[in-house]
Design a protein around this ligand. Structure first.
Ligand code: GDP
Ligand code: MG
Length: 443
């Protein structure tokens, strides 16, 4: 998401930066370009109008044109205002002071309610050691209950269901009783959706709400639907007074406008974003990080958090020690590859680095996960002696590795060469010889 917008905003700022002196007219032109860029990204018209007006006022108020670096100051103002527009700070899930906390998922058909219910339950299990229970209240599609059960099985969470012949309100009533008996600390109600907002469904949801007194009514909206996502949010909010929004499919090719408009239009916070189909792909929505991402400033915080979550600290310390002693071997290399692959697809990680999201060379980058597997296969064909002594790799051993892993000899040679270079670089870096690293990287 956001690539198009990021590119346009960066171009605008670049143009401004190149000017020896920024005039009033330049500022007006910049505002015009920001306005067009946001509209193009599908941000709601009124939201854009207010946004540009505020940025303009701030720029004039701060007398940026008299300052030393007007372009930089404007980026700063845009960043601050974008962050404000998306809600300033992350808003956590509401929690009841007595169990169970009740979360009701609502939204149009296909928005991602059932998937998100699963992601949320997994998150609660991991973070709070919670014991959630699902209630299957979508009785209109027989496959819906099966789907919820599949999701639930994959994360080991119980489902309460009464099939498709009982009224959803009654299902929820009985489900709540069961959750209380079993002392579940969270109840997540998976409700039905329609292709469009319709009165009958809204009445049903309102009845469920009245019965279950949810602490959290999470509206799930599909980011790919652009302006419609905002209209949907308004419609559901009017009828149900939602408490938060989950924006799904932000991993897709969306222009991102919904993320920027929903808070401003409804006043309701986006609490999470879905960035993939897997149960792990649910992230807390941080307006400030999203803003830096949109402006192409990278999302280093999320990257660092991902690393902290997935890296085994002891192992990292051990690797560091081995690097310093110049003992880094193929076993360490394998461990490192495992740790990195736990963080997610490499192309996603690279895009979070500053300046990378919009790097044209990365536009259609596709790092084949198979390459990882091939390197692993080659290392796994080594004897333990070879893994511990990287210098043993003579031609006949290399041929044996090629045969053993089923990879061509050139690939084996390339892997060994890269490994040797990496060791050399580690030695230089850990010896504090940074010039060495610069030389290696061609700097
Ligand atoms: P529901 O009808 O609202 O319950 O929607 P589902 O949970 O059944 O999701 C509809 C489709 O969207 C499924 O194929 C999901 O795998 C997919 N989906 C849900 N969330 C995401 C997401 O964040 N990213 C992507 N790429 N797909 C998603
Ligand atoms: Mg569903």
């Amino acid at each position: 998401a956001f690539e198009g917008l990021t590119e346009r905003l960066q171009k605008t700022m670049e143009k401004l930066r190149r000017k020896p002196k920024v005039t009033d007219a330049d500022l007006r032109e910049t505002m015009r370009e920001i306005r067009l860029a946001l509209l193009e990204a599908d941000v709601n018209f009124t939201v854009v109008k207010n946004f540009v007006k505020t940025v303009q006022e701030q720029a004039v108020g701060a007398e940026v044109l008299k300052g030393l670096n007007p372009a930089q100051q404007i980026v700063k103002i845009v960043n601050e205002e974008l962050t404000k527009m998306m809600g300033e700070t992350a808003v956590p899930l509401n929690k009841s002071d007595h169990i169970p906390t009740v979360i009701m998922m609502v939204g149009l058909q296909g928005a991602g309610k059932t998937t998100t219910a699963g992601k949320l339950a997994l998150r609660l299990k991991n973070e709070e050691k919670a014991r959630p229970m699902f209630i299957a209240a979508d009785i209109y599609r027989p496959a819906a209950i099966t789907q919820l059960k599949q999701v639930a099985d994959s994360i080991d969470v119980p489902v309460f269901d009464l099939g498709t012949d009982v009224d959803p309100v009654e299902i929820v009533r009985q489900g709540m009783e069961v959750a209380k008996e079993h002392h579940n600390d969270y109840v997540i109600i998976d409700t039905a959706g329609r292709l469009q907002i319709d009165e009958a469904l809204m009445d049903e949801l309102a009845n469920i709400k009245e019965l279950a007194h949810p602490d959290e009514i999470l509206l799930v909206v599909d980011a790919m639907t652009g302006q419609n996502a905002v209209n949907t949010a308004e419609g559901f909010d009017e009828k149900l007074d939602i408490t938060g929004v989950v924006l799904t499919k932000l991993d897709g090719d969306t222009r991102g406008g919904a993320a920027m408009s929903i808070r401003a239009v409804t006043g309701k916070p986006i609490k999470f974003v879905g960035e993939g189909e897997k149960m792990e792909n649910l992230d807390v929505f941080y307006p400030d990080r999203m803003s830096s991402r949109i402006l192409g400033m990278g999302d280093m915080l999320t990257l660092i958090e991902k690393a902290q979550k997935n890296f085994d600290e002891e192992q990292a310390a051990e690797t560091m020690r081995k690097m310093q002693e110049n003992n880094f071997d193929y076993n360490d290399f394998l461990d490192q590859m495992d740790q990195v692959s736990k963080m997610g697809p490499l192309e996603d990680l690279i895009k979070m680095m500053p300046g990378m999201a919009n790097n044209p060379a990365l536009k259609n980058i596709n790092i084949d996960p198979k390459q990882f597997l091939h390197i692993k296969a080659i290392i796994q064909s080594m004897t333990s002696e070879e893994r511990e002594n990287p210098d043993l790799m003579n031609p006949s051993r290399r041929r044996r590795l090629a045969a053993g892993s089923g990879r061509p000899i050139v690939e084996v040679n390339r892997m060994i060469k890269q490994f040797d270079q990496m060791r050399k670089m580690m030695k230089q870096v850990t010896n504090g010889n940074l010039n060495g690293m610069e030389n290696m990287m061609g700097g």
